[in-house]
Design a protein around this ligand. Structure first.
Ligand code: HEC
Length: 154
């Protein structure tokens, strides 16, 4: 059941990500296991960047950030068995909606789907005693060293 949930989320995992990650060489005896809070901090960055990319109609970047975000969620659920799998599975639908909006290059749909995705983040936090961690769409980008508008646009 857990793996089924993960598979649902992993559908349309990117070949790009796979390419970028080949060549990683971990000693099998001591695999590095990131702390859940660190995986979530990475998810938070992607969640923010996804928003600014979508708002700037930079659909290539938005697609990339969504893949990265999805990878963080899959990583969290596969490494931390205490996370309720239903909360991972319920993320699949909003992730798919954001994906569809990106493919359609539709800013309005994107904003709506992003809201649903964020409700999913908070749903899991609430169900697992972390209801004080509340996510929302960001205001001002803290990533002033990264350009979110597509190349050639200000
Ligand atoms: C399936 C469950 C689940 C989902 C879905 C989930 N989280 Fe979390 N998240 C957690 C748990 C559990 C913690 C607390 C980790 C801990 O106590 O170390 C957490 C913690 C966090 C934190 C706090 C990290 C810190 O150390 O300050 C942030 C930020 C966060 N999540 C962002 C997100 C975002 C953004 C999403 C949605 C894209 C999301 N989370 C979706 C389970 C989830």
């Amino acid at each position: 059941m857990r793996w089924l949930g993960l598979m649902v989320l992993m559908v349309c995992a990117s070949p790009l990500v796979a390419t970028a990650q080949t060549g990683v060489n971990l000693p099998p005896s001591e695999p590095y296991v990131p702390r859940l809070g660190d995986i979530m901090n990475a998810a938070q960055s992607r969640h923010m960047k996804l928003w600014f990319a979508g708002k700037s109609a930079n659909w290539d970047l938005a697609a990339y950030e969504l893949r990265q975000l999805k990878a963080s969620l899959v990583e969290a659920a596969s490494l931390y068995q205490g996370i309720p799998v239903t909360n991972v599975t319920t993320m699949a639908q909003p992730v798919q909606s954001v994906n569809d909006a990106i493919e359609a290059k539709d800013g309005k749909k994107f904003a709506k789907a992003y809201g649903e995705l964020t409700i999913g983040c908070n749903g899991c936090h609430q169900s697992i005693g972390r209801g004080f961690i509340v996510m929302r769409a960001p205001d001002v980008s803290p990533f002033s060293d990264q350009q979110f508008a597509p190349q050639g646009k200000p």
